[in-house]
Design a protein around this ligand. Structure first.
Ligand SMILES: Cc1cc2nc3c(=O)[nH]c(=O)nc-3n(C[C@H](O)[C@H](O)[C@H](O)COP(=O)(O)OP(=O)(O)OC[C@H]3O[C@@H](n4cnc5c(N)ncnc54)[C@H](O)[C@@H]3O)c2cc1C
Length: 428
């Protein structure tokens, strides 16, 4: 069996490594002609770290990431609401890692090239069409810079891991609207030389539409210098867009303008964090609208399946977009290895496992996901409080933990499984 993978992001590269581990031939076709470590921070949840360690990436990832141990919530006056232990600190057998997204993608890409050979990652191949014929799939490509047609590729199945603006998804959903924007803008930035709390805690401060999120990441290995801390603070300022503002389409390369959001955060100077100072000392700011897409009724179409953000781009509130793409890759690989003679049935089994769970997460994220309880505090105690238990019920205080459980993040469920793929299926 030969698998064509469209998109060399986190989902596509994880799929390639998984298929190689299972002895299934594949190649990745990526639109950009040079992979650069783009993006800022991402979270790798314990269940995805378990799978990535099973891919033999333990040492590299521990070097690249910071172990996340706490998840802390604060009001927009900087008052502490609660801190949940996460990752190893919460008893998981694997850490949760905060990491530079670009560094992670480069680790995966290097491993694909090292393990599968340089030809397994074909850069400069933008997929423009897909055809199914006689039990095979052919992908057509063009060079994004020149528009020139490139040689097509044929395989037994095709996995579309080409992100939120997938070219393959619209072949099956011809009238789908552009991504749904909740009228919030995120400005993502990085700042060097600040340490927040213990350096291992992710902090969420404020409310939907007026929020500051931060956590530490390490510099990518090639940028580190001996004798320096090499610690970066990854941060996100979120604000509701002015009513008259038009949608500025998502692009991970769009530079952000500090003057558009800094005034709203000017009073956010608390004894544990100085938001304006962090923002002002930035090393780079990128603007991104908070978008998702409606859940789909179907991800697989004969010999073609959607995966990662191409299948389920989520409102980014639960820190799980990259991790869920890794899990998609593992389940897809497992099903293909278990049904080598019936790839269409394997794709259907992959969808049956993943789509209902992702639909639930997508719907929850639209309502605030783990942060759904935060507006209640603002409503009930706008001037602050002495004891959070006077403001929120025990159940409300469990919102974030319940959300994590809904996404499969409990110590019992994660620790009970050593690998989503039975290790006897591993060939490499
Ligand atoms: C440049 C970039 C920066 C990002 N930065 C962050 C960040 O800082 N923080 C964060 O939380 N998330 C970030 N994300 C999103 C995050 O990586 C994804 O939400 C998540 O990892 C799911 O991965 P994915 O592989 O499904 O999609 P992505 O990681 O988005 O990967 C999709 C890949 O497909 C390629 N592609 C697109 N169209 C085609 C086509 N027609 N043919 C071939 N290839 C195609 C893209 O170039 C990309 O490499 C970023 C995504 C990108 C592309």
């Amino acid at each position: 069996m030969h698998v064509l993978i469209v998109g060399g992001g986190i989902g596509g590269l994880s799929t390639a490594l998984t298929l190689h581990q299972l002895g299934i031939s594949c190649a990745v076709y990526e639109a950009v002609s040079e992979l650069k470590p783009l993006g800022v921070g991402i979270n790798l949840q314990t269940y995805s770290v378990r799978e990535l360690f099973n891919l033999g990436l333990e040492e590299t990832l521990l070097d690249a990431g910071i172990s996340a141990e706490g998840m802390a919530y604060f009001t927009r006056r900087g008052q502490h609401l609660l801190t949940d232990k996460i990752g190893s600190a919460a008893g998981f057998d694997w850490p949760q890692l905060h990491m530079h997204r670009g560094a992670f993608q480069m680790i995966l890409a290097r491993e694909v090239q090292r393990r599968l050979g340089p030809d397994a990652l074909r850069l400069g191949h933008q997929c423009v069409n897909v055809e199914q014929h006689g039990g095979q799939v052919t992908a057509h490509f063009q060079d994004r810079r020149t528009g020139a047609s490139l040689e097509p590729a044929t395989g037994d199945i095709l996995i579309a891991a080409d992100g939120i603006n997938s070219s393959v998804r619209p072949l099956f959903y011809k009238n789908e609207k552009p991504p749904h924007w909740n009228r919030t803008i995120m400005w993502r930035g990085i700042t060097e030389g600040v340490r927040i709390l213990d350096g291992h805690t992710m902090c969420v401060t404020g409310l939907h539409h007026h929020k500051f999120v931060c956590y530490h990441i390490k510099k990518p290995a090639e940028e580190r210098r001996e004798g320096e801390s090499n610690l970066l603070l990854n941060w996100i300022c979120e604000l509701k867009a002015p009513d008259d503002m038009e949608f500025r389409p998502e692009s991970w390369n769009r530079a952000g303008d500090m003057s558009e959001f800094l005034p709203a955060f000017e009073p956010w100077r608390f004894d544990w964090i100085d938001v304006p100072e962090i923002v002002t000392r930035h090393l780079g700011i990128w603007e991104f609208p908070m978008v998702d897409r409606d859940p789909l009724p179907q991800w697989t179409f004969g010999r073609v399946a959607l995966l990662g953000d191409a299948a389920h781009p989520l409102t980014p509130v639960g820190s799980n977009g990259a991790s869920l793409a890794v899990i998609d890759a593992r389940i897809l690989g497992r099903e293909l290895a278990m049904r080598p003679d019936d790839p269409e049935a394997a794709l259907e089994a992959y969808e049956a496992d993943r789509r209902p769970a992702l639909t639930r997460i997508l719907q929850s994220n639209r309502k605030g996901g783990p942060e759904e309880f935060m507006p209640l505090v603002e409503e009930r105690a706008p001037d602050g409080f002495d004891d959070i238990h006077d403001v929120l019920s025990e159940e409300e205080l469990q919102t974030a933990a319940n959300y994590r459980a809904m996404t499969g993040l409990t110590t019992d469920s994660v620790n009970a499984v050593r690998s989503l793929i039975p290790t006897e299926l591993f060939v490499n």
